[in-house]
Design a protein around this ligand. Structure first.
Ligand SMILES: [Zn+2]
Length: 155
């Protein structure tokens, strides 16, 4: 009988960079390539909690364990073991034996950040700068994702 030890999960920045997801950007939320659909810069990672979400394909989870499980199609114990967070000779179970889902608070932070991007496009339009096709596509994607997240987390 083993034991999951959440404290032994790798820190989010170290995990993502070690597994081929370089994170860039200022602040707590970083941006990186999404390995689920192969996109360039759509993954948002909360470097404090490890929560993550792809603004393009919608893949998401609350910690690096959820990421590892989903990307490699592993069950909970196999993923925790690969990440060094599962002790096979554990005595008393104390951990929370499941990956966390993306917290509503994290989802709101992502929405706030996406809204900023939308405001930039709108502000440019007001200033007479016609959005490029790429900016417009980004705008539509962002608006769609915000709506989808809002629906998912509605009570
Ligand atoms: Zn994706």
């Amino acid at each position: 009988m083993g034991e999951f030890v959440r404290d032994r999960l790798p820190d989010p920045v170290g995990y993502f960079e070690a597994y081929g997801v370089p994170l860039v950007g200022p602040g707590k939320w970083k941006t990186g390539p999404c390995q689920f659909h192969g996109g360039g810069d759509s993954l948002r990672v909360n470097t404090a909690s490890g929560g993550w979400i792809c603004m393009a394909c919608g893949a998401k989870g609350g910690d690096v364990l959820a990421y590892h499980m989903q990307l490699h199609d592993l069950d909970f114990v196999a993923a925790a073991r690969e990440l060094g967070a599962y002790v096979d000779d554990g005595r008393n179970y104390t951990g929370q034996a499941k990956p966390t889902t993306l917290a509503a608070r994290d989802a709101m932070a992502v929405i706030a950040r996406e809204l900023l991007i939308l405001f930039v496009v709108i502000a440019d339009a007001r200033a007479g700068r016609v959005p490029s096709d790429a900016d417009w596509a980004r705008f539509l994607t962002g608006a769609g994702r915000i709506e989808a997240l809002a629906r998912e987390y509605a009570a």
